[in-house]
Design a protein around this ligand. Structure first.
Ligand SMILES: Cc1cc2nc3c(=O)[nH]c(=O)nc-3n(C[C@H](O)[C@H](O)[C@H](O)COP(=O)(O)OP(=O)(O)OC[C@H]3O[C@@H](n4cnc5c(N)ncnc54)[C@H](O)[C@@H]3O)c2cc1C
Length: 431
């Protein structure tokens, strides 16, 4: 029986392994294994909501083990560190406990077909001090770290009379979707915290500075969206600094190229992405300058027909020479194409080419607004949407992901229980 391993159960990997499990695993036609360094899945675009407490991970996270059991695949927890292409094995790191003591040695798993779907991390461009002093939003653990530090700061103002007049300064570097959405979400959360007993706090205590090196915020999106989002952020009270490049970070300070200093209690780095450094030339495969695996348009890696790569960790060039952007909709579409191509490979049929379909870009500004454009490929993003319609489409991207992993009925029930939870549970995660 063929052994198929998917490494990374994120936006793309979990959808793929679910499809493979249902199609091949159920009938015993292949042995499907998902490998992930975490034991639960959380859709990454929700991380900024976890960071401010607007979403409770305990409610939304999917247990890999339970999901594997219900969808006919196996789950192995572990971190990929190498690929031995000659032996057709992946190498997983030894596992250590919280004190750093190894409790499981490094292991190897055999594969006939391997799919690498381990996503991306924030790119600090080797800016001095960023690793030590800034928080990135790459994983739920980092989102928790941010939230705990924010809550500690809030508690100080609430409890200490000498801190009553203090402000909470938060600087976010990078005005892409993550930075913009986080800025708005913070203001929304602050208003809610006020209602939940932090009555000494209000939005005037929150000073968010959003720093962007480029000419405008949301540089990857059409100018109209950027302008609308900028206007909305100004209205909320976010201090937006464009054409401001950060050259280093220190404890509580960001230094800019033109010699200014931005002081902040909490500093978030969200300026660009790369694939983890261990992926550089992994197993002798072709990688690019941000460590993405270079793939053909069939999503097969250029140097090994048995290895596919999908999502943020893949560099896939389109016929017009453009690269598929690292986005949730790309990962979703690639998962579907990769699934079909794995079936084609197993049945000695020709594989199809992956074509990126840009269904639009939407940016959520918490409860304040949602802005974006729809159907980018059809009209070059000129159908501008705002407000409720935009919010609906924004949420539908997550719903599509949920449908891909849970099916329509279960997703409907999840939505229904979400409605009940809105009534039963507090609006913010408060612990
Ligand atoms: C805060 C935030 C907001 C975003 N908002 C949007 C948005 O609104 N719209 C949009 O289109 N995109 C958005 N994105 C981008 C989107 O989340 C990614 O493009 C998408 O998740 C990529 O999917 P993926 O499957 O490639 O990787 P991921 O979803 O990142 O999944 C990678 C998986 O691999 C696992 N993994 C990582 N390393 C290893 C290893 N060494 N061994 C084993 N497992 C490993 C991880 O645990 C994870 O489960 C956002 C990203 C962030 C951080």
């Amino acid at each position: 029986m063929k052994r198929i391993i998917v490494v990374g159960g994120g936006a793309g990997g979990l959808e793929l392994v679910t499809k493979l499990g249902k199609k091949l695993g159920r009938k015993g036609k292949a042995h499907i294994t998902l490998v992930d360094r975490d034991t639960t899945h959380l859709w990454k675009p929700l991380l900024h909501e976890i960071a401010v407490g607007a979403m409770d991970e305990g409610v939304d996270a999917v247990s890999f083990r339970a999901h594997a059991y219900g969808n006919h695949f196996y789950f192995r927890v572990g971190s990929l560190i190498d690929i031995d292409r000659e032996a057709k094995q992946i190498v997983l790191a030894p596992m250590k406990d919280e004190d750093g003591n190894e409790f499981l040695p490094s292991t190897r798993l055999d594969y006939d077909i391997l799919v690498v779907a381990l996503g991306s991390i924030s790119n600090d461009f080797n800016t001095p001090g960023v690793k030590q002093h800034c928080i990135c939003l790459d994983s739920p653990a980092q989102a928790h770290r941010f939230r705990n530090r924010m809550l500690q700061r809030f508690l100080r103002i609430q409890r200490l009379s000498e801190a009553r007049d203090d402000d909470v300064h938060i600087a976010i570097v990078g005005a892409g979707a993550t930075g913009v959405e986080l800025s708005a979400e913070l203001h929304h959360a602050m208003a809610e915290f006020h209602n939940y007993g932090f009555d000494a706090l209000n939005n005037e205590h929150l000073k968010v500075t959003l720093v962007e090196a480029g000419e405008r915020i949301l540089p990857a999106l059409p100018e109209r969206i950027s302008k609308a989002a900028h206007k909305e952020l100004n209205k909320i009270g976010v201090n937006v600094l464009t054409k401001t490049a950060i050259t280093s970070a220190e404890q509580g300070v960001l230094n800019t190229k033109d010699g200014q200093q931005i002081r902040a209690d909490l500093m978030v780095w969200a300026a660009g992405v790369k694939v983890a450094d261990f992926m550089k030339d992994i197993g002798g495969l072709e990688t690019n300058r941000i460590n993405q695996l270079v793939v053909h348009d069939t999503l097969v890696t250029t140097r090994d027909p048995a290895i596919f790569a999908i999502g943020d960790c893949a560099e896939c060039t389109q016929p017009d020479g453009s690269r598929v952007p690292p986005r949730a909709q790309s990962a979703h579409q690639m998962a579907t194409c990769c699934y079909k191509n794995i079936l084609a490979l197993l049945n000695n049929k020709p594989m199809r080419s992956y074509r990126y379909r840009d269904h639009g870009s939407l940016v959520s500004l918490a409860k304040y607004s949602t802005v974006g454009s729809l159907m980018g490929n059809l009209n070059r993003g000129s159908l501008f949407v705002e407000g409720h319609l935009a919010r609906l489409v924004y949420i539908s991207l997550y719903r599509l992901h949920q449908i891909a992993i849970h099916g329509v009925i279960k997703t409907g029930l999840i939505m229904f229980s979400g409605r009940i939870n809105r009534w039963l549970r507090p609006r913010l995660k408060l612990h």
